[in-house]
Design a protein around this ligand. Structure first.
Ligand code: UD1
Ligand code: CA
Length: 480
């Protein structure tokens, strides 16, 4: 049995932010959410999060993220509920773990400890750590890494069998000890019963006057170190530069996976892709394109250049050019853009065209329907084979409420029509250009709703005559 605890009580002073460090976003998910996700595949029997600085905000964010991932069905089915453990004063990592004593009273399994600021961990790494821990029946097994720059990390001193003699914090190291590049990743697996015995013995007599969890490690045996294969996995985020560095690493990972799956990325450095995005083979992503959130793009689609797709599902062979698509479903063979804005919920059928400077909001288009140019459709439902003329606008808002517009199959609106909602246009309706339609129109009708054109002949001639008379009576110039 394995309980997991995540240390997330610290403020993260070096971020210089009002937001707690662990809530900073990395590719659409907070740091702590990522840590939590990395340990889901080991099916922990308990999940305890130590909170302190802005505890309520951290709790709320994690609970919301849980609900979201349950909705998207991506969470492992049998995860236990999150338990929040308050550490009101932050007096060190050892002090944080001491707060667990009442919660884990009588618990006989292992405790996996993770820092809330280490977002790149791979689940396999944690599985490997647990395996070694259990095979060797260690009191503690600790994840270590050989890093090029060990500054700021605790140094781990081992014998040749990876049995740890000592961990010394960077601040407490002698110059000779600082030469050691094997570092403590801050990820541990403890036999809880043993840890619980030594926790009360921790002392705060060190450079920081803190209770160090590493001192508990020094009090236990046998203690073994396991080196992580890819040392980038254990990078911690303490400031904005490190946040940018881990983002870059994450992007590199995501793009590599996409390309292995058969996706073309044109100029990958100019593209960003969240790791929650799913792309099928033969998708082409053009430069300056950003794919975010719960997005799926099917085979043959070409996205970009210059597009943003968020929480959307695009079918096969869709093209999106210089456009923004959020919370939308776009079916196969549809062309979006250039310069379209879909803000969902929006649903666009098969083989549609949504063109230049068109905004769709809370709108459904049937199949083979076109909205080619300069339109706003809000709260509208359109049938199949509809053609929306250039400049057609749904006037859906009366200043207080939003109202719906319905447009039947094969209906065509002329250029610059205003459809004043609530409004129902039947099937096979033709709306004359420039109409302001305020009343429902049945099937098979032509509707003309504009002032009749008035043409006054000889108009210019009359006014010229007047000017000539003015000149004669000496008034010329007085009205210029
Ligand atoms: C810690 C380790 C160090 C290791 C490094 C890896 C100790 C004493 N040192 O140092 O050996 O190399 O992590 O990243 O453990 N936290 C609390 N309550 C507290 C203090 C911290 O919950 O009272 C949380 C923080 O929010 C953070 C984590 O514990 O998520 C680590 O704390 P941090 O202060 O960053 O430890 P380091 O100095 O990095
Ligand atoms: Ca840290």
């Amino acid at each position: 049995m394995v309980a997991v605890t995540i240390l997330a009580a610290g403020r993260g002073t070096r971020m210089k932010s009002t937001l707690p460090k662990v809530l900073h976003s990395l590719g659409g998910r907070s740091l702590v959410e990522r840590v939590l996700h990395s340990c889901s595949p080991i099916s922990p029997s308990r999940r305890l999060v130590v909170v302190g600085y802005q505890a309520e905000q951290v709790k709320a964010a994690l609970l919301e993220a849980e609900i979201m991932s349950q909705k998207q069905g991506e969470e492992f089915p049998l995860l236990p509920p999150l338990e929040f453990v308050e550490q009101t004063e932050q007096r060190g990592t050892g002090h944080a773990i001491q707060q667990l004593l009442p919660y884990l009273d009588g618990f006989t399994g292992d405790l996996l400890v993770l820092n809330g600021d280490v977002p790149l961990l791979r689940p396999q790494t944690l599985k490997h750590l647990l395996k070694i821990h259990q095979e060797h029946q260690n009191a503690v097994t600790l994840l270590t890494a050989q890093v090029p720059n060990a500054q700021g990390y605790g140094r781990v001193f081992c014998n040749s069998d990876n049995i740890i003699n000592q961990i010394v914090e960077d601040r407490d190291c002698t110059a000779a000890q600082k030469q050691n590049r094997r570092i403590n990743a801050g990820i541990y697996c403890f036999r809880w019963a043993d840890l619980a015995q030594v926790l009360p013995q921790l002392q705060a007599n060190n450079n920081q006057q803190e209770y160090y969890l590493t001192d508990a490690v020094n009090l236990l045996e046998p203690v073994m170190a396991v080196d992580v294969e890819d040392h980038q996995e254990i990078l911690g985020v303490n400031d904005r530069q490190q946040l940018a560095t881990v983002y870059e690493i994450l992007q590199h990972r995501v793009k590599e996976e996409c390309m292995v799956l058969g996706v073309t990325l044109v100029d990958p450095a100019s593209i960003t892709i969240d790791d929650t995005v799913q792309l099928q083979p033969d998708v082409i992503i053009e430069p300056q394109t950003h794919l975010r959130g719960n997005t799926v793009i099917q085979s043959g689609s070409r996205i970009g250049p210059g597009s943003l797709i968020e929480n959307s599902h695009l079918g096969e062979n869709v093209t999106v050019l210089y456009s923004v698509v959020k919370n939308s479903i776009v079916k196969a063979e549809t062309q979006i853009g250039p310069y379209a804005h879909l803000r969902g919920p929006v649903q666009v059928g098969t083989g549609c065209r949504v063109g230049n400077f068109v905004e769709l909001k809370n709108t459904t288009l049937g199949d083979k329907t076109n909205v080619g140019h300069l339109s706003y459709l809000g709260d509208a439902t359109l049938g199949d084979h509809v053609n929306i003329g250039a400049g057609t606008i749904t006037a859906n808002y009366d200043g207080v409420n939003k109202h719906p517009t319905q447009i039947g199959d094969r209906t065509k609106t002329g250029s610059n029509s205003v459809l004043v909602a609530p409004l129902v246009l039947g099937a096979d309706v033709n709306v004359a250009a420039g109409s302001v339609v305020t009343e429902d129109v049945p099937n098979d009708c032509l509707v003309i709703a504009r002032a009749r054109q008035v043409v006054k002949p000889g108009w210019r001639l009359k006014s010229l005559k007047r000017t000539a008379q003015d000149a004669e009576t000496g008034l010329k110039g007085s009205h210029e």
